[in-house]
Design a protein around this ligand. Structure first.
Ligand SMILES: Nc1ncnc2c1ncn2[C@@H]1O[C@H](COP(=O)(O)OP(=O)(O)OP(=O)(O)O)[C@@H](O)[C@H]1O
Length: 262
């Protein structure tokens, strides 16, 4: 019998809530007194299940902080974060670690692969550590989606940067997390390799029903998303649906112009 969670197809919530993650009135402040910095200022956001969401905004606007708070990698100063129906704000460290391991996938700018393991071993490592057996059919589908079927026996040093990041994408997808967070996942790649990885992220949303949230500075990367959220000074100030790279670029220029005149 399989107990694997069914990841809903595009547009189908599979009986689960349509909101994969939710922030309500989230404040995150660092430091105290004169050095206090408010990185997030009463942020409300719903991350829709089965969608690809990009988070953009000027440097220091709070993008990484928002992602880290949504993913339970950082605590909030006030407000609530929910992952589906679970409130994660207030969870003790052990429960939070367990929740991240079992329900969330991560892709970082640095690929974070283990050099002594081959691609397949890297992909299944988190599940091996958690003592979970990979679902063979799902693993095959993920490996095919990210185009790695021919390279599973290769070690990271035998792969290009783009291929290494595809291994990291497959590793995030393999455990069938409810949501994947990417912090500049294409930041270390040239534009061709970046486009490949972004297409695989897009396919994993369209074909595997994955939910993805990605922080990026790159308008081209953001154009792969269904929805772009714009942060400025710790607040969500705008959003765009089905964006093109040109529209995102224009919006960013608008921010820069306003920043200069304010
Ligand atoms: N650990 C920390 N201690 C103190 N201040 C911090 C800390 N982390 C972030 N900040 C501050 O919080 C604000 C938001 O930072 P954050 O890294 O979330 O922005 P960002 O939009 O991701 O920036 P970038 O695009 O440059 O990565 C900034 O003013 C930053 O200096």
């Amino acid at each position: 019998m399989t107990t694997a969670v069914t990841i809903p197809r595009h547009g189908d919530t599979g009986g689960r809530t349509a909101v994969a993650a939710r922030a309500r009135q989230v404040v995150k402040a660092y430091g105290a007194g004169e050095t206090r910095v408010v990185a997030l200022d009463h942020v409300d956001v719903d991350i829709v299940r089965g969608q690809f969401t990009a988070i953009m905004g000027p440097s220091g606007s709070g993008k990484s902080t928002l992602m880290h708070c949504l993913a339970g990698l950082d605590t909030v100063t006030s407000g609530q974060i929910h992952l589906a129906d679970t409130e994660i704000t207030g969870l003790k460290d052990k429960k939070l670690t367990q929740l991240r391991r079992d329900r969330i996938g991560f892709i970082f700018q640095a690929f974070n692969l283990l050099p002594t393991l081959n691609a397949l071993e890297n992909i299944t490592l988190p599940m091996d550590i958690a003592g979970r057996k990979p679902d063979a059919a799902w693993l095959r589908q993920v490996v095919e989606t990210v185009g790695l079927a021919e390279r599973l026996k290769h070690r990271p040093t035998q792969l290009s940067g783009g291929q290494q990041q595809r291994v990291a994408v497959a590793r995030a997808l393999a455990a069938r997390p409810e949501i994947i967070f990417g912090d500049e996942p294409t930041g270390n790649l040239d534009s061709r390799a970046g486009a490949e990885v972004l297409s695989f992220l897009r396919r994993s949303v369209d074909e595997l029903g994955q939910t993805i949230v990605m922080v990026t500075h790159d308008p081209v990367a953001a154009s792969y998303a269904d929805r772009v959220l714009y942060l400025a000074d710790g607040s969500i100030v705008d959003e765009m649906r089905n964006p093109t790279a040109e529209q995102v670029l224009d919006r960013m220029k608008d921010f820069d112009a306003r920043g200069r005149t304010s």
